[in-house]
Ligand binder design. Structure first.
Ligand code: PTJ
Length: 268
């Protein structure tokens, strides 16, 4: 792997880029995933590469929804498996009753099973006392209605019967299909304009690599809170209004930047 000098001004961003490239070389992410990552990077740049207050509000609502769920499922695709397998496993292990499910747009059984193995080896990094969540990878046995892509293929005991589904880095159509199936959908997507961001009940406009540890902190902070409090947090969240605020933030930031010579992102 190419060595990135620690003093490079874009060290963090290049490191994350390296992870997705390595994931693609190991057959976890598809090449299209590299393009998706580039689009994400562009939005991250516009957002200032930090977790903004809108993302924090969404993370709190997402944590409450996941803790209230009867059957929460966290969906994993090639990009997620490349960027944050351990963080994803750690989050699933912190949410009572949560399962992980590999769900792919460009589905092959070989890749689904490889991603499953990546998540299994992530388990070994969690520590002995961690609860190991149920994992659904290869061999889907159900279909989500109204979706013609391979994303429809899922597990009856997993996503098919889930009541709350976390869909990081999604491609749009499935979020709608999940909604039609009466599931509460939580998206993590840097693009506040995407169809997924708009279709979800709770959209975290933040980079997956920051959002997952942030979500874990919220889950740990709210675990054991009274149900009434969790309901207030979840139901008091307005996704449309929050997305408008995220867009407003980008606009204000660009307006301010257009008046200065300051770099737009750290180490531009
Ligand atoms: O592994 P597969 O076959 O399931 O394919 C996965 C990809 C990502 C290729 C597939 O879902 C896809 O084509 O997605 P899209 O339509 O490109 O959408 C991905 C969304 O994620 C875009 O809105 C990006 O802005 C956003 N995104 C990219 N990287 C990140 C991100 N959001 C949060 N964090 C990121 N690191």
């Amino acid at each position: 792997m190419h060595r990135i000098p620690r003093d490079h001004p874009r060290y963090e961003s290049l490191l994350i880029r390296q992870r997705i490239v390595s994931g693609s070389e190991r057959g976890l992410a598809v090449r299209q995933g590299l393009l998706a990552h580039g689009r994400g990077e562009a939005f991250d740049y516009l957002l200032g590469e930090r977790t903004n207050p809108e993302a924090r509000a969404a993370l709190r609502a997402a944590a409450a929804a996941l803790l209230l769920a009867r059957r929460p499922v966290l969906s994993v695709n090639g990009n997620v498996a490349s960027l944050a397998p351990v963080e994803m496993a750690r989050l699933a292990s912190a949410i009572p009753g949560a399962a992980l499910e590999v769900n792919l747009f460009h589905r092959t059984e070989g890749r689904a099973r490889r991603i499953g193995r990546e998540l299994e080896s992530a388990r070994n990094k969690l520590g002995r006392r961690a609860r190991w969540p149920r994992l659904f990878a290869g061999g889907p046995d159900a279909r989500l209605a109204g979706l013609s892509s391979d994303r429809a293929r899922c597990h009856r005991e997993g996503m098919f019967s889930a009541d709350v589904v976390l869909v990081p880095l999604e491609d749009g159509d499935r979020a709608r299909a999940l909604k039609r199936a009466k599931k509460l959908v939580i998206a993590i997507d840097l693009n506040p304009l995407s169809r997924t961001a708009r279709a979800a009940d709770i959209t975290v406009v933040d980079n997956l690599v920051r959002a997952l540890p942030g979500l874990l902190r919220q889950v740990e902070g709210l675990r054991g809170a009274p149900r009434s409090r969790l309901l207030r947090i979840r139901d008091g969240f307005d996704n449309k209004a929050n997305l408008q605020k995220a867009l407003g933030r980008i606009l204000r930031r660009l307006a301010a930047l257009s008046r200065t010579r300051r770099p737009a992102a750290p180490g531009q």
